[in-house]
Design a protein around this ligand. Structure first.
Ligand code: TYD
Ligand code: MG
Length: 456
C-alpha cells in the first residue's frame, strides 16, 4: 500500500525536514520551507524480506565501448561541454530568466538536426507558435527539429519511448514539468526531483543526451532543484549581464571534461553568435590613458582572456567608507585593500572604493589580485598604468606577490593582442620573446611604480 508521509522541504536547497520551521538549517534562507507530499510505496520492512539481483562486477581494465562524442558544430557550445555531447549524459543548464537558455539550446538542437541527428525540443513554457517564431528569427525554420509543447512527464516519456531514441532532447524547463503520481505543484522540490530522476534514467537507459533547463533565483542557486546538481553529469550556467550583449556558458561540474571551461557568445538580433576571441570583446573600449584602469591577463577554463579592471578610489569622511564591487569577490577586495594598507602604507581605509570588471565578466581567479591592486593604486595616485601593459599575480597576506599557473598562455595572449609589457610575479618567468616581463617581489614594488617618490 502506498503511504503518504508528511514532510517539509526547503524550496531553495531541497533539504528535507520532518516538521515545519521558519529557517532552513542547510542554506540559511527564511520562509522557504513548505509541505511536500512524499510517496513511499510499499516500503520494504527490512532488506532481508526480499533478495535482490546480483550485480555484475568487473575489473578496471575491462575494455570499454567508448561511443564517440557528438559535435553540434557550434564551437563555443561544444567547448563548454568539454568537446561535444556524450551519449546518455544528462546536462543541467541554469541561468537567470531571459538570459538566453532557450535560445542557445534551440540553436544547438537546430544545428544538430541540420547535421542529420534526431533531436527533440520539449517546451513547457512557450507555445508551439512562439518557438517556431523564434526558430524563424534564428534562421532555423528549415531545420528538421521535432518540437513538442507539453508539461506532463508521463506523456513526455511515452512520446520519447516510441520508436528509436533521439540523439538529444531538451526539456525547457524542468520547473514546469509535473509527474501525476506526485501530489505537489510543478516547480516544488519533490516534483523537480522526481521529474529530473525519471528523465536522467531515460537518458541512461536509451543513450539519449538530455538537457534540462533550470531557472536560477536571485542569489544564483537553481531554484529548488539544487538536488539536480548531484544527479546530472554536467552542470552549465549561462551567465551574463542584461546590460551587456555577451553571454558566457560556464561548466561548473562535468563528469566528462574539465570544469570552468567557458563558451562565449554575443546576443544579437539573430540569436547568439560565437565569440572565438573574447579578449577582443572585453577590451574593445579600453582606454589605457585613464588612471584606475588595468588590464588583467586571466585564464577562463583552458583559455586566456584579457579583461579590463577599473577602480575608483576617493577620499571619504564617512566612518564606514563605501566599498562596491562588480564582477569580483568583495571579500577578496577587502583583503587586497588591507594588504595594501598594512604592507605598503597606502591608507585606503579612509577611502571609498569602487571596483568594476568591464564588460560584466565575473572573475574568480586569485591571479587577479595584482591587477586589482594596480587599478586601485593607479586611481589613488592619478597615474595611469604604463601603456601596453598587462598585470597578473596573486597577493599573499604578507604582501608577497605569488606566482600563478599558466604564465606562458597569459603572456602569449597578451603579446597577440599587442601588449608589450607584463607586470607579474618575479618567481616564474615565461620564455616569451614578444613581451617584456617585469617581475615583482612584493606589493610595495608595484606601489613604487606609481609613487616613485614615496607616498606623500
Ligand atoms: P531566452 O532564450 O528566451 O531566455 P531564457 O530561456 O533564458 O529565459 O532569451 C530571451 C532574450 O533574448 C530576450 O530578452 C530577447 C533576446 N533575444 C535576442 O536578443 N535575439 C534573439 O535572436 C533572440 C531569439 C532572443
Ligand atoms: Mg526560456
Amino acid at each position: 500500500m502506498a503511504k503518504a508521509l508528511k514532510s517539509f522541504a526547503c524550496g531553495e536547497c531541497g533539504a528535507v525536514y520532518r516538521r515545519w520551521q521558519g529557517k532552513c538549517d542547510e542554506c540559511g534562507e527564511w520562509n522557504t520551507i513548505a509541505e511536500e507530499q512524499a510517496v513511499v510505496s510499499g516500503a520494504p520492512k527490512g532488506l532481508s524480506a526480499k533478495k535482490g539481483r546480483a550485480v555484475e562486477l568487473v575489473s578496471l581494465d575491462t575494455p570499454i565501448k567508448e561511443e564517440p562524442r557528438t559535435l553540434t558544430g557550434i564551437g563555443e557550445f561544444d567547448r563548454a561541454l568539454g568537446g561535444g555531447l556524450v551519449p546518455g549524459s544528462a546536462i543541467l543548464i541554469g541561468g537567470d530568466p531571459g538570459i538566453g537558455k532557450s535560445t542557445v539550446l534551440l540553436q544547438a538542437m537546430g544545428a544538430l538536426a541540420l547535421r542529420g541527428h534526431d533531436c527533440v525540443y520539449i517546451s513547457g513554457e512557450e507555445a508551439t507558435a512562439q518557438v517556431q517564431m523564434r526558430a524563424g528569427r534564428l534562421g532555423l525554420a528549415g531545420a528538421p527539429l521535432k518540437l513538442g509543447c507539453e508539461t506532463s512527464l508521463r506523456d513526455i516519456l511515452t512520446t520519447l519511448d516510441e520508436g528509436r531514441p533521439p540523439r538529444a532532447v531538451v526539456i525547457d524547463s524542468i520547473q514546469t514539468l509535473f509527474a501525476d503520481h506526485v501530489e505537489s505543484a510543478p516547480g516544488t522540490v519533490s516534483q523537480v526531483r522526481v521529474c529530473g530522476h525519471e528523465l536522467i534514467s531515460y537518458a541512461k537507459r536509451r543513450g539519449t543526451v538530455v538537457f534540462l533547463v533550470g531557472h536560477v533565483t536571485k542569489d544564483g542557486q537553481i531554484a529548488g532543484p539544487r538536488v539536480l546538481e548531484h544527479m546530472v553529469d554536467t552542470v552549465l550556467y549561462f551567465e551574463g549581464d542584461r546590460g551587456h550583449q555577451f553571454r558566457i556558458l560556464r561548466a561548473v561540474k562535468n563528469r566528462f571534461g574539465g570544469t570552468d571551461e567557458i563558451g562565449v557568445f554575443e546576443m544579437t538580433g539573430a540569436g547568439l553568435q560565437e565569440v572565438s576571441n573574447p579578449s577582443e570583446l572585453f577590451l574593445a573600449d579600453h582606454n589605457s590613458r585613464e588612471p584606475g584602469s588595468a588590464v588583467f591577463a586571466g585564464i577562463e577554463g583552458s583559455r586566456p582572456v584579457l579583461v579590463e579592471i577599473q577602480a575608483l578610489v576617493a577620499r571619504s569622511s564617512a566612518a564606514n567608507p563605501r566599498r562596491a564591487v562588480v564582477g569580483w569577490d568583495s571579500g577578496r577586495l577587502a583583503m587586497v585593500l588591507a594588504v595594501l594598507d598594512a604592507r605598503a602604507g597606502l591608507g585606503l581605509a579612509g577611502c571609498d572604493v569602487y571596483l568594476n570588471v568591464a564588460g560584466g565578466l565575473k572573475i574568480s581567479e586569485p591571479a587577479a589580485d595584482l591587477a586589482v591592486a594596480a587599478a586601485l593604486i593607479s586611481s589613488l595616485a592619478q597615474v595611469p598604468v604604463p601603456d601596453e601593459t598587462v598585470v597578473f599575480g596573486e597577493i599573499s597576506l604578507s604582501g608577497d606577490v605569488r606566482s600563478v599557473s599558466q604564465t606562458e598562455a597569459r603572456l602569449k595572449e597578451s603579446a597577440k593582442l599587442g601588449f608589450s609589457k607584463a607586470l607579474m610575479p618575479a618567481g616564474k618567468k615565461g620564455d616569451n620573446k614578444g613581451i617584456r616581463q617585469e617581475g615583482l617581489q612584493r606589493v610595495s614594488d608595484l606601489v613604487e611604480q606609481f609613487f616613485p617618490d614615496g607616498i606623500a
